[in-house]
Design a protein around this ligand. Structure first.
Ligand code: ATP
Ligand code: MG
Length: 137
């Protein structure tokens, strides 16, 4: 079954939205195959966001994602990679539709609450960055 990597970012955890966000994915019908609260190190941030190195927002992005605990999750279910992205809404909450996580709860592109893998390749890479095999049930 398809799996994706989803993460409640530090702003979502701090605002107490972890349960709300996970509930949406569970109600949709996806199952949680792995989950943990953790701090992201500078090193992990650099690997996870490697594709954005050199962009103007990169330093701020790394500072933000390492600023507090995140809630990392492996979701499982049919088409969960693209479906989870749909449920998250556009990157910039100002452009995200109501009914999406970012559209309902977000205001700023740098604090947009949630991350989701953008392709099958990203999902595989990100799942193995954040979880070892024994943690995925
Ligand atoms: P994510 O990878 O977090 O799921 P995404 O795939 O929708 O989000 P990306 O283009 O991969 O968006 O950007 C990664 C993250 O970098 C965004 O979620 C956002 O927090 C931040 N970001 C992207 N563009 C900007 C920007 N122009 N200014 C500030 N932050 C940005
Ligand atoms: Mg992305």
């Amino acid at each position: 079954m398809e799996q994706t990597f989803v993460m409640v970012k530090p702003d979502g955890v701090q605002r107490g939205l972890t349960g709300e966000i996970l509930t949406r994915f569970e109600k949709k019908g996806f199952t949680i195959a792995a989950a943990k609260m953790m701090m992201i190190t500078e090193e992990l941030a650099g690997t996870h966001y490697g594709e954005h190195k050199g962009k103007p927002f990169y330093e701020g992005l790394v500072d933000f994602i390492t600023s507090g605990p995140v809630f990392a999750v492996v979701l499982e279910g049919e088409n969960c990679i693209s479906e989870a992205r749909k449920m998250m809404g556009k990157t910039n909450p100002a452009e995200a539709s109501p009914g999406t996580i970012r559209g309902d709860f977000g205001l700023s592109v740098s604090k947009n609450l949630v991350h989701g893998s953008d392709s099958a390749e990203s999902a595989e890479r990100e799942i193995s960055l954040f979880f070892n095999d024994a943690e995925i049930l």
